[in-house]
Write a protein that binds this ligand. Structure first.
Ligand SMILES: Cc1cc2nc3c(=O)[nH]c(=O)nc-3n(C[C@H](O)[C@H](O)[C@H](O)COP(=O)(O)O)c2cc1C
Length: 388
């Protein structure tokens, strides 16, 4: 199936499954433990219904918003995800270019296969860098200075990955980083000669940001889990978040906030935004869905800081529901990774195009000419027979 035939995230998912060796597909697709949270993340959106209005004045429809100091054309942007060149040689460069083309923000992961400097110089589009606090604090401080020099617009600190989540699909498939031919994975790599050819003939795998800090280089990694558990610091506290926000001195989001208490702590530490996220269900299984917590968090801190939501977003209507609930914007993760795996930069562009199409069509169907027209009163949850 060509990417032009993909109409939605699920189509891209199916195509990614065909194009990627099993360890890599399941690394993207999988989540922690029983994947209960993964399923809940999207179900939470689908259990909420719209109540549209008709015959509104829709002249000059505008879906733009401002997030982390940057005007973006659509109320969603791309969340940070690790190691994109494993999925397609276009990797982070292709994803960043696709985001810039559609006037939205790109986020680069600490664990990317391209460096801060490469992505900083690549596009003039808005860019956010995602930080993990490493045991080697010099490394964390160095990230911030490199982002300043490379003219990144914003930073986000991920707080939900103090240890790696238990992703059992990776154990079953024999996922290693970089990919290695193991007894478990051999058949799957052999069955995907196109991916294998691309991987072997494109730039060698490297973790662009952290390699200079790793004694044996980045080729001694056997798994991302081993990296996270050996390098990330599980003892980090809000005090250090506050110091990092001070060092950066610009727009700063805390990613992985799930409670009202943490949202308030992030605001009090000086953050300009919280990213309500459970890492796409990849960390704490049994965790609440971000959409289920969104209203309470918006009510607590929404007048003071921006509230961004990710995890489970698969449709334009999911984004519009989050905005109606009070979010400033959403982010998508797997929604662009499946497309990257399926068709490189062109795939990501097609996926973003589909989402923007869904957003403008559904804004029309809802009777809204701008995002401020989306109100919580246009959402129905629980018993549909209740009076609204
Ligand atoms: C393959 C993969 C790698 C990820 N890597 C990172 C990462 O390096 N840093 C981070 O903060 N979040 C990472 N995430 C989480 C995303 O930023 C985002 O929170 C999540 O994908 C949102 O859920 P969704 O995939 O349902 O949209 C990753 C997610 C996936 C699927």
């Amino acid at each position: 199936m060509p990417i032009s035939k993909c109409n939605n995230t699920e189509d891209f998912r199916r195509l990614a499954k065909r194009r990627l060796p099993a360890p890599l597909f399941h690394y993207i697709d999988g989540a922690a433990d029983d994947e209960v949270t993964l399923a809940r993340n999207t179900a939470a959106f689908n259990e909420t219904r719209f109540i549209p209005n008709g015959l509104a004045d829709l002249n000059g429809m505008d879906c733009s918003t401002t997030v982390l100091g940057q005007k973006i054309s659509w109320p969603f942007f791309l969340s940070p995800t690790a190691m994109n060149r494993l999925f397609h040689p276009d990797g982070e460069k292709g994803v960043a270019q696709a985001a810039a083309k559609f006037g939205t923000m790109y986020s680069l992961s600490s664990l990317s296969t391209e460096s801060i400097e490469t992505i900083g110089a690549l596009t003039s589009g808005p860019k956010c860098f995602q930080v993990y606090i490493h045991k080697d604090r010099g490394m964390t401080r160095d990230f911030v200075e490199r982002c300043k020099a490379a003219k990144f617009d914003a930073l986000c600190l991920t707080i939900d990955t103090l240890v790696a989540g238990n992703r059992e699909r990776d154990i079953v498939t024999g996922m290693t980083v970089p990919p290695k031919l193991t007894l478990k994975s051999f058949a799957s790599f052999a069955a995907h000669p196109c991916w294998a050819w691309n991987y072997l003939t494109s730039e060698a795998f490297e973790l662009g940001n952290v390699k200079r800090h790793m004694k044996g280089g980045d080729n001694d990694l056997t798994s991302i889990i081993q990296y996270v558990n050996s390098q990330f610091d599980p003892t980090v506290t809000w005090k250090e978040a506050e110091e990092l926000i001070g060092q950066w001195g610009g727009p700063f989001a805390i990613k992985g906030v799930m409670s009202v208490g943490d949202a308030k702590r992030a605001r009090d530490a000086g953050a300009s935004a919280v990213m309500v996220s459970n890492h796409g269900g990849r960390q704490l299984d049994g965790c609440a869905a971000p959409f289920d917590m969104l209203g309470r968090i918006v009510d607590a801190v929404g007048d003071d800081i921006e509230v961004i939501l990710d995890s489970g977003v698969r449709r334009g209507t999911h984004i519009l529901k989050a905005i109606a609930m009070g979010a400033t914007a959403c982010m998508i993760g797997r929604g662009y990774l499946y497309a990257l795996a399926a068709g490189g930069q062109a795939g990501v562009e097609h996926a973003i195009d589909r989402l923007t199409n869904e957003i403008s069509r559904n804004m029309t169907l809802l009777g809204c000419a701008g995002l401020s027209g989306l109100k919580r009163s246009m959402l129905q949850k629980g018993n549909p027979m209740e009076r609204t």
